[in-house]
Design a protein around this ligand. Structure first.
Ligand code: FAD
Length: 437
């Protein structure tokens, strides 16, 4: 390829946008196709609403759209609105960064009962993801179990027990705030299969749980016995987590209105109930029935295959070498790259995706001189194709209109932003789209 390379980045989450930044910096023309009308992936629809500092990375991720050679094609789903054949026709290279959006479940009997859901679905619901199932009914339970020992388990637990008044200044959609205000949840059982030294909590997030007003955090002394010795072999985070948990085990409950009980070496066995969850059988030292009416599975995320792209079902990722997509039978697929959670699985913080995207883009730039030139390089012809197919493309300006509407809605309520969750309302706000000019 000579002249500016034409690259499509698929997915406007952190990985896709870090890749876009690197590509634009190297002089490439970049289109970013995103199936939602909104950018930022899990920064918008995953990171907890009461962690605004982390969400502010959106400002950094927006920067490439100031370049004239970078366009946002929002509301465009690759595999549906654009096929692999279209991509080969219009782009010299494609970088897939579609993440790993599917919440996993613990794989236990009864988990399909209403009242049981992947924690990721609950996160999507409270974050206002337009495709999220309505999980407000979970908040009619007084006791909820959260299965998992990572930060997502902590996020959903915190949201379940936190005083809704303290969430009023966040960007939560109106209907979510209303549901949280009406919540009947008083007790959350946070269940970890393994011991305290093996928990994957970030220490600061764990500590935050113990600082919530109106909430008692309870740990049984027996659950942390021996944990300090075990953690001595482990990471600094593991040692700090164990210190925090041991501190809680020594603390007497203060009789507060809501409680989080952390349980370790506690295996969920089966959910019971007829038309919805009425209990969870767990096995620790003995088998017992927890009288919960809601169960959230915070045991990880997975990706699903994309049309025309190799996929390893065992790892839930796209096979690659340094970001170059590899077909197990035919070897490296020229001009096709992968980054982010789709490349390495659902691990790592937002910043991890920067180095990850850097590796992928370095491979792409190194390959560029030998790549086949896309036959149709006219930027307008992609726009025309989407228009012919009746896809209402949301441009960067269109997204900014949605953002401003969310700011106006927030300002009326004394907060910076109130998120919108309705897809057609967002598309309407984005206005009559045109990707030209
Ligand atoms: C609940 C939760 C909380 C988190 N909290 C934190 C935190 O506090 N701090 C932190 O550092 N990290 C946090 N993370 C991790 C962080 O969000 C991830 O590391 C990061 O978002 C992964 O980036 P990604 O771009 O690979 O995927 P994603 O962020 O998922 O972005 C993928 C994008 O691709 C789009 N897409 C999917 N399919 C298509 C398609 N076919 N066509 C077009 N577009 C498509 C999606 O709509 C999405 O916008 C959290 C993760 C979760 C799940």
């Amino acid at each position: 390829v000579t002249g500016a390379a034409r690259v499509l980045v698929v997915g406007a989450g952190p990985a896709g946008l870090y890749a876009t930044t690197a590509l634009a910096g190297a002089g490439a023309e970049v289109d970013v196709a995103e199936r939602l009308p909104t950018p930022f992936g899990l920064v918008r629809y995953g990171v907890a609403p009461d962690h605004p500092k982390i969400k502010s990375v959106a400002g950094v991720l927006s920067r490439p759209f100031a370049s004239p050679g970078v366009r946002f094609l929002g509301n465009v789903e690759v595999g549906v609105d654009l096929t692999p054949v279209d991509l080969a026709r219009h782009y010299d290279a494609v970088v897939y960064a579609t993440g790993a959006p599917l919440g996993r479940t613990a794989g236990i009997a009864g988990e399909d009962l209403p009242g049981s859901a992947p924690a990721g679905d609950f996160v999507s619901w409270y974050s206002g993801h337009p495709d999220a199932p309505d999980l407000s009914s979970l908040l009619t339970a007084s006791q909820v179990a959260v299965i998992g020992a990572g930060n997502v388990a902590l996020d959903v637990t915190r949201l379940l027990v936190k005083d809704p008044a303290s969430l009023a200044g966040t960007d939560l959609p109106d209907h979510v705030l209303a549901a949280l205000r009406a919540s009947r949840v008083t007790d959350v059982h946070l269940l970890a299969r393994r011991g305290p030294a093996q928990a994957r909590f970030t220490p600061s997030e764990l500590r935050e749980l113990g600082e919530l007003p109106g909430v008692d955090v309870l740990v049984a002394a027996g659950d942390v016995a021996g944990a300090r010795a075990e953690a001595a072999e482990g990471s600094r985070a593991a040692r700090t987590n164990v210190d925090v948990l041991c501190g809680w085990a020594e603390r007497a409950p203060a009789g507060r209105d809501r409680r989080v009980r952390l349980r370790f070496r506690c295996r969920p066995v089966r959910l019971v109930g007829h038309d919805r969850v009425s209990g969870l059988v767990v096995r620790g030292e003995r088998e017992e029935l927890l009288p919960v009416e809601g169960v959230l599975h915070a045991v990880g995320y997975g990706a699903s295959p994309l049309p025309g792209l190799p996929f390893d079902r065992d790892t839930g990722t796209v096979p690659h070498v340094a970001g170059r997509v590899v077909d197990p039978r035919r070897g490296v697929v020229p001009g096709v790259y992968v980054t982010g959670w789709l490349k390495r699985g659902a691990t790592g913080v937002i910043g991890t995706n920067k180095a990850d995207a850097g590796e992928t883009v370095a491979s792409l730039l190194a390959d560029l001189p030998g790549l086949r030139r896309a036959p149709d390089r006219d930027a307008d012809s992609v726009a025309a194709l989407l228009e012919r197919r009746g896809v209402p493309v949301v441009t960067w300006d269109g997204w900014r209109r949605i953002e401003r509407a969310e700011e106006r809605l927030g300002a009326r309520q004394g907060r910076a932003v109130a998120k919108l969750a309705d897809l057609s309302a967002m598309l309407e706000l984005a206005g009559r789209p045109t990707v030209r000019g």
